[in-house]
Write a protein that binds this ligand. Structure first.
Ligand code: SF4
Length: 587
């Protein structure tokens, strides 16, 4: 197969699934792939085509789009799938990335992108095996208490082992918790912004996808050479070593030392219990093994083993629980939990419920402070006393948020913005753009990056990395904004390829050009940079259609009350930096 044939026979197929009529069809969209290469570029264009003005996040016509890239399954660490939807959490652009086996399975099945529309009359799961798409009654797995069990059951009853992926929701998605996640295979997720609630509203319990299509490597020496070069960069240099070694949980002690680790609802940025929930401690006492997404030689997914007694007769169960920095921050330092086993149990409860752990941690931290301040009563919490570090209370609270037995817990299930407006505590609701914050309070770059990011995530533009530079050399606010824009553009390109961003320093512009060329896609540096601007414009067009306005961005007081790694930050400085960003971006 020549590289030209490879490019032609490769990316083109979009599978459209209609849950209302239980039908499907496939369209070749070579036009979109030629223009946008794949991933988020193709998904954004499709969303603009599909979106009908005024459609709400949970309306039947609102599509969910899953998209892979041209390098998926072809080059190492190109493992992710982007999900595009309208977020039920903040009403804005829902964009989330997951690894596992999904990208590989989609390409094995011959569908580079999947568009899901409509709503089923009853719970269904969709089984995609090569060119056959079947809609199966999921009533018997609806209402199960654990998203993990759903995966176990589907693995038993569906074919395709070894070449398949199973994505599914838990009780939080079924019940409309607006930050419900979609669990992907084992230990991976579409975590942020509530895709799980969108699945729930569509009565879509799971999608299983497998295929037998051969993903042929182009017989071209350039491909082999480029593959080996990228592989060596990943495994033989220090570029990705951190992720395999301690993993991102290495950041706990680092950020704690730098006073940038949000603690007790961001009332502080260092935690006296950091040592006992550090990556080092987890590695020493609980780390069982590391696993990888399909096609990744890094293996960053750290699995802890937790032995838990379940009867007085010394009976134990062994739980395998994956952990990383964000989870330990959200359910550890931010809830004042210094017991590592308590952190693991809280992670496990969220995994089973199928919720975004960062959002859940921030919501519970906010509720704890509200109760401390006497702004909510034990009548509202149904007798529960939330206090920092109290594992039992937080385990119960997670369950109550999912079950929503009263208005208070239902409000918590709609996110910290909704709850803080209803119960008047928005000064210390630590969110930006309606998304609960990740585990950094490093300075101006972080706050501005989260505020202006497409989806208000640290993964949009890594604003915290601009702050890191200022530890060593001063930067003007304008320079910080420039770094944010530069990184945002770089990630827009990468997200068209959909590699794991842990490999971002391997996939430089230069290496992306080489990788694309070896599979028959010719792009220059200028082409990629122009594409980044185009993707930016398209995503902003979509954001505006979904109602985003810079004027509506709120900056909660708490960000300016707690010192960051780089000192106290003033609100007016953030506002000014956002204006600089807008001017430079023309938005
Ligand atoms: S680095 Fe981790 S998350 Fe990224 S592809 Fe590899 S195993 Fe998956």
């Amino acid at each position: 197969m020549t590289t030209e044939q490879y490019a032609i026979e490769g990316l083109k197929n979009v599978l459209y699934i209609d849950l209302t009529s239980q039908s499907y069809y496939v369209v070749e969209r070579r036009d979109l792939y030629e223009k946008y290469i794949g991933g988020v570029g193709v998904a954004t264009s499709l969303m603009l085509e599909e979106y009908k003005e005024g459609t709400g996040p949970l309306d039947p016509e609102m599509p969910v789009i899953l998209s892979t890239g041209p390098l998926s399954g072809v080059y190492p660490t190109c493992t992710k799938v982007v999900a595009l939807f309208r977020s039920p959490l903040n009403g804005e652009l829902g964009e989330s990335y997951a690894g596992g086996h999904l990208a590989m399975s989609m390409r094995y099945s011959g569908y580079e992108t999947i568009v899901i529309k409509g709503v089923s009359q009853y719970p269904v799961y969709v089984a995609i095996h090569d060119d056959k798409v079947t809609f199966r009654d999921a009533s018997s797995i609806w209402n199960l208490s654990s998203a993990i069990d759903v995966g176990k059951i589907l693995r038993e009853i569906e074919p395709g082992a070894g070449r398949r992926s199973i994505i599914r929701i838990g009780p939080a998605g079924e019940r409309g918790v607006t930050y419900a996640s979609v669990n992907v295979d084992t230990y991976r997720h579409f975590g942020r912004l509530g895709l799980g609630a969108v699945f729930g509203a569509k009565k879509l319990k799971a999608i299983l996808i497998s295929g037998n299509r051969e993903l042929k490597s182009p017989e071209h020496s350039a491909y082999r050479k480029t593959f080996n070069m990228l592989y060596d960069l990943i495994v033989k240099t220090g570029l990705t070593e951190k992720y395999h070694n301690l993993g991102t949980s290495e950041n706990i002690l680092v950020l704690n030392e730098l006073k940038g680790l949000p603690t007790r609802n961001l009332q502080a940025t260092s935690f006296e219990g950091a040592e006992s929930i550090s990556g080092e401690l987890f590695a020493k006492k609980y780390l069982l093994r590391r696993v990888s997404c399909a096609g990744c030689p890094i293996g960053c997914v750290h699995i802890a083993m937790l032995k838990r007694a379940f009867s007085k007769a010394h009976e134990y169960e062994a739980l395998n629980i994956s952990y990383d920095f964000e989870l330990i921050y959200a359910l550890g330092s931010n809830l004042g939990v210094a017991d590592p086993e308590a952190v693991l149990e809280l992670i496990d409860a969220c995994e089973k419920a199928g919720v975004d752990i960062i959002s859940m941690g921030v919501v519970l931290a906010w509720a704890t402070e509200m109760q401390e301040r006497g702004k909510i009563s034990t009548e509202e919490t149904l007798g529960l006393k939330l206090s920092w570090g109290d594992k039992a209370a937080y385990l119960r609270a997670i369950d109550l948020v999912v079950q929503a037995p009263n208005d208070f817990y239902a409000a918590l299930g709609k996110g910290v913005v909704y709850a803080s407006k209803k119960y008047k505590g928005d000064d210390f609701a630590v969110q930006l753009g309606g998304l609960e914050i990740p585990g950094y309070h490093t300075g101006l770059g972080n706050i501005v990056g989260l505020a202006v990011g497409f989806r208000h995530s640290h993964l949009d533009n890594a604003g915290y990395a601009a702050d890191q530079i200022t530890f060593n050399r001063p930067l003007s606010d304008e320079e910080i904004v420039d770094l944010i824009i530069e990184e945002e553009d770089r990630r827009s390109i990468l997200n068209c390829m959909v590699p794991c961003l842990f490999g971002r320093n391997v996939y430089t512009y230069e290496n992306v050009i080489l990788a694309l060329k070896s599979i028959g896609i010719d792009r220059t540096d200028d082409d990629l940079k122009a594409l980044a601007k185009d993707v930016f414009r398209k995503k902003y067009e979509l954001k505006k259609k979904f109602g985003f306005k810079f004027e509506n961005l709120t900056l909660p007081k708490r960000f300016f009350e707690t010192a960051t790694t780089t000192g106290m930050i003033e609100k007016k400085r953030v506002r000014r930096a956002i204006e600089i960003y807008r001017e430079k971006r023309g938005v």
